[in-house]
Design a protein around this ligand. Structure first.
Ligand code: ZN
Length: 117
């Protein structure tokens, strides 16, 4: 077992760690000086990859998705976005998935790909 570096309350340039996940959970909630809260991987924090604050805003494009508007936060208080897929389908997508590049095309697009293949 390796000693875990405590990140809670620590400052990394323009952000402060607000919440740390339980042991085994690599995700931290951080707040940037501009007030934006983001979920980041502690590995990125320690590697210095999470220092810039780039809040997502309407019109931003992430892969297949374009942000249309902000949606109500989910039960975990994560920021959610109404996003439009390239095919026109609008879906609610977690902001963290968009910024982390984890989003896939909508179901309609995925089934189209399947049919075409
Ligand atoms: Zn689609």
């Amino acid at each position: 077992m390796t000693a875990r570096i405590k990140l809670l309350g620590r400052r990394f340039e323009r952000l402060v760690v607000l919440r740390e996940g339980a042991p085994g959970d690599p995700l931290c909630v951080v707040q940037y000086d501009c007030g934006v809260e983001k979920i980041v991987n502690r590995r990125d924090l320690l590697a210095g990859d999470a220092k810039s604050c780039r809040p997502t805003s309407v019109g931003d494009v992430f892969g297949f998705w374009t942000i249309v508007s902000e949606a109500p936060r989910n039960a975990q208080r994560n920021r959610m976005m109404n996003a439009r897929c390239v095919c026109g389908v609008i879906s609610i997508v977690p902001e963290s998935a968009l910024t982390a590049g984890l989003t896939k095309p909508c179901r309609t697009c995925r089934s189209k790909v399947k049919v075409a293949a």
